[in-house]
Design a protein around this ligand. Structure first.
Ligand code: 13P
Length: 340
């Protein structure tokens, strides 16, 4: 696998008007989502749900890739077609979540976490590449709270992200590096800005130290946004301007693309923020989405009402959100289109 292949895959992930569908919930997170709709979290129900999502007609029009969980990468549709084949036929690149979750960081204050999963990662990545994965995601969690995050927590997470990214590129997988600054809390926009900037600076310093090719790397970023419990939360325009300013200060121009997580924003809010940034323009990377909840929420609710009967109705909900976000990735979204 050459550097050119990595660059080509990364460019395809952020092709114009397209973004990433994140459906890589671990079994525990899936349990929470299914509890919310009253569906039992069995392996077959998780398969059926992902089957519904991945076979959505026209999904590839606005979705360039989808991030899967280990179990899903090995599963197939009801008629036995591997999900990886369904995706490839639809022009959707298979991606895989490869971290083993965020765990308490030893020696740090309660609440600070570091993502685990480096041991044995080379062999796991080799297998994922053989199974058809083209890119891999690793999520670090940075929490804003009293006296946190500490530089020790930020740097430990950035180091792990860089080690995983280098291993990915060694086997020809594009790393999607995700340092998520968590939205929960009372912090304001400025505090989120400072923490996000420090996190990104540490990340790119570590990526440089580990010889990671930035042209073959996708950054999955959180937006600079007020905490969920903040007083007087910042509006769409303010979030868009602060996020762009922060990225411009800390993200090298050679990075192949920046995709955002939704992190607990409502579906329409996440679309509006992405659109506002693309309307402002003047940045060196493609800027698009890699939403989990903000793409799935309406489809999940509709499917949950009657999983057997509502497949087409749920797929229509996903197709709509994919189209809205595809427009936002070009700065062509308008809230008036939501009803259309
Ligand atoms: P959300 O968009 O629901 O935050 O999920 C994206 C993701 O992949 C988080 O790791």
């Amino acid at each position: 696998m050459s550097s050119m292949d990595l660059v080509k895959t990364a460019a395809a992930m952020v092709a114009e008007g397209k973004g990433i569908l994140a459906i890589d919930e671990s079994t525990g997170t899936c349990q929470k989502r299914f509890d919310s709709i009253g569906v039992e979290c069995t392996e077959e129900n998780r398969r059926a749900y992902r089957d519904m999502l991945l076979t959505t007609p026209g999904l590839g029009d606005h979705i360039s890739g989808a991030i899967l969980f280990d179990e899903t990468l090995r599963q197939a549709t009801a008629d036995g077609t591997p999900f990886t084949k369904v995706m490839t036929d639809a022009g959707i690149l298979p991606g895989i979540k490869v971290d083993k979750g965020a765990h308490p960081l030893a020696g740090a204050a309660p609440g600070e976490k570091v993502t685990e999963g480096l041991d044995g990662l080379r062999a796991r990545l080799e297998e994922y590449a053989e199974l058809g994965a083209k890119f891999a995601k690793w999520r670090a969690v940075i929490t804003i709270g009293e006296n946190m995050p500490t530089p020790g927590c930020i740097d430990a997470n950035a180091h792990a992200l860089a080690r995983y990214a280098a291993l990915c590129q060694e086997v020809g997988l594009v790393p999607m590096v995700e340092p998520e600054v968590i939205m929960d809390g009372e912090h304001d926009l400025d505090e989120c800005y400072e923490v996000t900037e420090a996190t990104l600076r540490s990340l790119f310093s570590e990526l440089y130290e580990q010889n990671v090719l930035l042209e073959g790397t996708i950054l999955k970023a959180s937006m600079v946004i007020s905490g969920t419990k903040a007083q007087g939360r910042a509006g769409v325009e303010e979030v868009a301007r602060a996020t762009l300013q922060c990225l411009l200060n800390a993200v090298p121009a050679s990075v192949a693309g920046v995709v955002f997580l939704s992190g607990g924003q409502s579906d329409e809010e996440a679309t509006a923020h992405l659109d506002a940034m693309n309307k402002l323009g003047d940045f060196p990377w493609p800027l698009t989405f890699s939403y989990g909840r903000a793409l799935q929420a309406p489809a999940l609710a509709t499917w949950g009402e009657n999983p057997a009967a509502n497949v087409a109705a749920a797929q229509a909900k996903l197709a709509h959100r994919a189209r809205m976000n595809g427009l936002a990735a070009k700065g062509e979204y308008d809230a008036g289109l939501e009803a259309a």
